[in-house]
Design a binder for this molecule. Structure first.
Ligand code: SF4
Length: 368
């Protein structure tokens, strides 16, 4: 029998369920604290909850909607990738990316623990450089399946008295193609009665689903939006992103500007650098002109994140460091903030959509 995941219950729903069993009013918050703080890995570990209630909860609900079936650490020793199985056997990935810094006393301290999560099994967007796009879309994840990827890593971190501090929706799938569950998951992440993560530490990325960019602006959640451009014109973009046939670059840029005007939030453009495809100096200059074209949003409210492609489908190659720096320098000289992001965990293929295929290869080899 498939049980309801506990994380899918609102405070009100859990309160109703508990009060029907004669439990006191404080019990719902007590149970939810365990569910979201990560100190318990199962109902039986909620030791301040009566044993009979723990058994009743266990009978009625699943503690996690996702089950870890394989995990890998990158050579950096920090980035940690998990492959999770869902109740129907489908699998998705979520990656923990801790960042340390040297404190004044000379000791390393954790600056943040970012988690990158998936929103769909596969993806319908079919970006040419992406392993998930190659798979096609199997199905959307439920809100609990999205949230429980974070809960898994929260549980791992709680054991060393740390917490998930940042969440990025950049794993498998197009988050805005699973809009309702994605927004509900974001609301759970920022709910002070659940995870309590600041919305400013939550990033949702999109390949450019224009109507949903507008819908997200109307939600009134001060999260970070990252829009994938990956090209300075429709010819190049269409050759690597089929979504450009539905919403072209002008439509995506206009929606991005509307988003910034409405939310007053800075917006990030993602740009994966593919050698010989979109990484030439003229591409950088063209991109700069496109972003400058409409004066309604100052360039200071945009940031361009340049990402060298991970090994993956399509046979695309990573440009040289000099070429990537040249591209960034042209944007910066034009007044646009630009950074080259060396992807965390590249050796475990922990880039957007490139996780599952690699992990499954690893899992098969390791007979996990
Ligand atoms: S890059 Fe993102 S949007 Fe494109 S196919 Fe991969 S998962 Fe989907």
């Amino acid at each position: 029998m498939v049980k309801t995941p506990i994380a899918s219950l609102s405070l009100e729903q859990l309160t109703t369920w508990l009060s029907a069993r004669g439990e006191p009013a404080f019990r719902a918050r007590q149970v939810r604290r365990h569910v979201f703080a990560g100190d318990a890995g199962s109902f039986s570990e909620m030791t301040d909850v009566p044993k009979t209630l723990r058994a009743a909860l266990d009978e009625a609900f699943d503690f996690f909607a996702v089950t870890l079936v394989a995990d890998t650490r990158a050579h950096d020793g920090e980035t940690h990738k998990g492959l999770f199985q869902l109740s129907d056997g489908a699998r998705v990935e979520a990656v923990l990316m801790p960042y340390h810094r040297m404190g004044d006393s000379g000791e390393w301290t954790v600056e943040r623990n970012a988690v990158c999560i998936s929103t769909q099994v596969g993806c319908a967007m079919a970006c040419a450089f992406c392993a998930t796009g190659e798979m096609g879309l199997t199905r959307n994840l439920t809100t609990a399946e999205i949230v429980d990827q974070v809960r898994h890593w929260q549980h791992v971190l709680a054991a060393r008295e740390e917490r998930v501090s940042h969440v990025v929706f950049m794993g498998m799938g197009e988050p805005l193609h699973n809009y309702v569950a994605t927004v509900a998951a974001v609301r759970t992440l920022i709910d002070p009665e659940a995870f309590g993560i600041s919305a400013r530490r939550v990033t949702v990325s999109t390949a450019g689903v224009v109507p949903k960019i507008d819908a997200l602006a109307d939600e009134g959640i001060p999260l970070n939006l990252a829009v994938s451009l990956h090209a300075p014109n429709d010819d190049v973009r269409r050759s690597i992103m089929p979504i450009d046939r539905k919403w072209d670059l002008d439509a995506v840029l206009e929606a991005s500007r509307r988003y910034v005007r409405k939310t007053k939030r800075r917006l990030t453009f993602e740009y994966v650098l593919l050698a010989g495809v979109n990484d030439a100096p003229e591409h950088a200059r063209e991109l700069l002109l496109r972003l400058k074209a409409d004066g309604s949003v100052p360039l200071s409210l945009f940031h361009v994140n340049l990402i060298p492609v991970n090994r993956g489908p399509g046979g695309f190659a990573r440009p040289s460091d000099e070429r990537m720096e040249r591209f960034a320098a042209i944007l910066r000289a034009g007044g646009l903030a630009a950074s080259v992001r060396i992807s965390r965990g590249q050796d475990i293929a922990a880039g957007c959509g490139q996780l599952k295929v690699e992990v499954e290869r690893f899992a098969r080899a390791a007979r996990v």
